[in-house]
Design a protein around this ligand. Structure first.
Ligand code: CP3
Length: 344
């Protein structure tokens, strides 16, 4: 089974003898050429806002490793920025957002300014013009729940306690915030597609922190609305949902959101996923980013286990979460050789 774009074909439901592969966070700090460009440009957000630089960073891992997918170089937190929150990165700590979304006055005052996102569409047009036609171009956004956790806490938070508390104490206000994020995310993803991406991924990094009823309300329902809105306008563009940590709620997520493919984190047993997710649903994942660092037999065995479990369905090989910055380049090469090596 050959196809001009094996990753795109897989997301549309075609099983491949060799799974196409890309790695979450494949453009980034483990690459010396990325670190050099970032140092020249100032910082991470300066790169994101510079279309030429961001296009170059998007293409770096494709050139070096020949991945089957190129993911737009940007960040999920540009949506809070477009809604008027200030965003910056504290060295060694991570993202900061101000003001925190904690009162109805602040949340209701959010105004979506699509012009803030223009440089990102410039990045997409540049990548599109330069990309090998064999490679699938992926856009992305954060899912409303994960975006809301950052907007409310003003930073990353281990248990997402502030957002979970607001969701219980003032669900009406939480709804206002989630709705603003849904609407701006639909606009943003449609504009990404218009500029040239061929599939999109919704990152829900903190889906795992919610109880079942809250998961349905704040993860499944808003995701389903985004999927429905995109499906209506751009039915040809596959949507990958990545509800990290969803565990036993993955089957409900797959059935009720309508996503075209589902991303699995490294805690999911591939044979469980294969048995419990619909036969024809493409899955993506789920190598542990830490075994990629460790290498050796542990890495080869983990890759073989995942490939074998998903051999009977459409499968996109990926990590279970983002590649870590201390990952040796040779490990990525070794992993890709193993993924591609023993074709059925
Ligand atoms: O996958 C890719 O290569 C595409 C680009 C991408 C980035 N972030 C680049 C980035 C994507 C898809 C993201 C998603 C993202 N960003 C998520 C969801 C996925 C996940 O990892 O759970 C989240 C929660 C964020 C928010 C964010 N941005 C965090 C927590 C951080 C780390 C801060 C730090 O200093 O460690 C970022 C920064 C970020 N986003 C970097 C990159 C390459 C590192 C920036 C740098 O220091 O150069």
């Amino acid at each position: 089974m050959t196809d001009a774009k094996p990753l795109l074909a897989t997301l549309k439901g075609e099983r491949q003898a060799v799974p196409p592969a890309w790695f979450m966070r494949q453009a980034g700090r483990y690459l010396p050429e990325y670190r050099q460009l970032r140092a020249e440009k100032g910082g991470f957000l300066d790169l994101v806002k510079d279309s030429d630089a961001a296009a170059e960073v998007t293409l770096q891992p494709i050139r070096r490793f020949g991945f089957d997918g190129a993911i737009l170089f940007s960040d999920i937190l540009v949506i809070p920025m477009a809604l008027g929150q200030e965003l910056w990165f504290e060295a060694g700590e991570g993202p900061r957002l101000a003001p925190k979304m904690v009162t109805s006055e602040i949340i209701e005052g959010l105004q979506y300014d699509p012009a803030v996102l223009e440089p990102i569409y410039g990045t997409i047009r540049r990548v599109k013009a330069a990309l090998d036609p064999r490679v699938t171009f992926l856009g992305f956004a954060g899912s409303p729940w994960t975006i809301a956790t950052y907007m409310i806490a003003g930073q990353g938070s281990r248990e997402q306690a502030e957002a979970r508390r607001l969701a219980y104490t003032d669900p009406a206000l939480m709804t206002v915030l989630i709705d603003r994020i849904v609407d701006s995310t639909v606009d943003y993803l449609l504009a990404q597609i218009e500029a040239g991406v061929e599939a999109v991924q919704l990152f829900d990094s903190w889906a795992g922190s919610l109880s079942p009823a809250q998961f349905e309300r704040w993860v499944i329902a808003p995701t389903a609305r985004i999927v429905a809105a995109l499906r209506e306008k751009t039915p040809q563009v596959p949507i990958i949902g990545f509800p990290k940590g969803a565990g036993g709620k993955l089957a409900a997520y797959a059935a009720q959101t309508g996503v075209d493919a589902i991303g699995l984190d490294e805690t999911v047993d591939p044979s469980w996923a294969d048995a419990n997710l619909p036969r024809d649903l493409p899955v993506q994942g789920n190598l542990d980013p830490l075994v990629l660092i460790a290498g050796g037999d542990a890495l080869l065995t983990a890759i073989d286990t995942i490939k074998t479990a998903f051999a009977g369905r459409p499968h996109v090989f990926n990590l279970g979460h983002g590649i870590q910055k201390d990952t040796p380049i040779e490990r990525v090469e070794a992993a890709l050789a193993r993924i591609r090596g023993d074709a059925a």
